[in-house]
Design a protein around this ligand. Structure first.
Ligand SMILES: NC(=O)c1ccc[n+]([C@@H]2O[C@H](COP(=O)([O-])OP(=O)(O)OC[C@H]3O[C@@H](n4cnc5c(N)ncnc54)[C@H](OP(=O)(O)O)[C@@H]3O)[C@@H](O)[C@H]2O)c1
Length: 345
């Protein structure tokens, strides 16, 4: 089979398309014939070698896919051969086939295409876990969502509106502003034109935000933290500001960490604020929670609460370009890389 192999850690050019052996499905694993890859910022960080648990090179990156079940390993009972599936893999989806734990895979509803399915699991699971489970977002509350036109951002706006919240979002371009508005955001701020914290303060006065959903970190964190109301929750789940939009720079990473400062636990008591961090890729031992949440987000997909936005589509032989564009912050919605052109290919 063909696979995009990271021959060493580094920039997009370390990815080389090569012929490698089809992986055997192990215990409770299914072998999936990949139709399309959902590209994620985690794939960028993994390629650089700084994602938790990433294997040593050479390895095949890729945490998200859609496709059909090609074979089942011992003890794998949930899916039949030929069934349309989507899912999450720690690595390996940048390939024509991937073997994954069947508990990390879900059936694709008949009304949903395999293209759309590739754009669904990670962004929607992230939005649900962060906004609903941890953030406990309630109807009538005010939430600020950073990177509102991205893969996670668009899913988060859709979910937050469904929950009845007032949604404020930040984006980096006017085109992204339009996309975030189309998802239902009530107020979208282009942070390159205006200081988002001043705009938010002007809009909401001294009452503050109930929830901040932050995947950017760095300078954004301090400003967002100061905008939280009494009983406000801050959910930090990414540090894309570390990337510098081009490459990993360790000095820059240190500066970004320093800009975030320190939140003293004692201060949380009298200020009545909470902070959560999470990474769905490291929710070890929470397989049942992930399975239950998977069912809930698929229900929301069927109800069209989640409407995955494929903003950028690439062919498999363009995977280096796909990584370059996502890393540079030039993409909108989800980035999908087509391994096969049609579902019956
Ligand atoms: N913890 C978890 O479990 C989890 C799961 C999924 C994703 N995430 C995190 O969520 C974030 C979004 O992931 P995604 O895959 O959906 O990506 P994405 O939002 O589609 O793309 C990243 C966006 O972040 C913004 N950005 C801000 N600073 C950036 C920088 N220095 N370099 C590049 N982009 C920058 C850009 O939008 P603007 O132009 O609007 O600034 C860019 O388009 C990432 O930080 C990712 O690590 C975390």
């Amino acid at each position: 089979m063909l696979a995009a192999v990271a021959e060493k850690y580094g920039g997009p050019d370390v990815l080389k398309i090569k012929s490698v052996a089809v992986p055997e499905p192990g215990d409770r694993q299914v072998l999936v014939r990949v139709h399309a890859i959902g590209l994620n910022f985690a794939d960028i960080i993994g390629r650089w070698g700084v994602y938790p648990g990433i294997p040593k090179p050479p390895f095949i990156p890729g945490i998200e896919f859609s496709g059909t079940v090609a074979a089942r390993g011992a003890g794998a009972t949930r899916f039949a051969e030929g069934e349309r599936v989507m899912g999450y893999s720690r690595v390996g989806s940048h390939a024509e086939y991937v073997s994954v734990d069947e508990r990390m895979v879900g059936a694709v509803p008949p009304s949903v295409s395999l293209d759309t399915a590739a754009a669904f699991p990670v962004a929607s699971m992230t939005a649900f876990h962060g906004l609903r489970t941890l953030g406990n977002l309630q109807s009538g509350e005010r939430v600020l969502i950073h990177a509102g036109a991205g893969g996670v951002g668009t899913a988060s706006i859709q979910l937050a509106k469904h929950l009845g919240a007032t949604v404020l979002a930040t984006v980096g371009t006017e085109e992204k502003r339009r996309l975030a508005e189309e998802q239902g955001a009530d107020f979208v701020i282009n942070y390159r034109r205006e200081d988002f914290s001043k705009v938010v303060r002007r809009m909401i006065g001294s009452s503050g935000l109930d929830l901040v959903f932050d995947s950017v970190g760095g300078p954004v964190f301090r400003k967002g933290w100061s905008l939280l109301s009494v009983m406000g929750r801050y959910v930090l789940f990414g540090l894309s500001s570390v990337s510098g939009r081009g490459r990993l720079n360790r000095l820059r990473a240190l500066r970004v960490y320093a800009q975030m400062g320190v939140v003293l636990p004692g201060i949380l008591i009298s200020s009545n604020k909470a902070i959560f961090g999470f990474n769905i890729g490291t929710l070890t031992g929470k397989e049942q929670y992930l399975a239950d949440t998977g069912s809930r987000i698929v229900d929301l997909l069927k109800q069209q609460v989640f409407r995955p936005v494929i903003g950028n589509r690439f062919r498999f032989d363009q995977i280096v370009t796909a990584h370059t564009e996502l890393q540079a912050g030039r993409t909108m919605g989800k980035v999908v890389v087509m391994v096969r052109e049609a579902e019956d290919d």
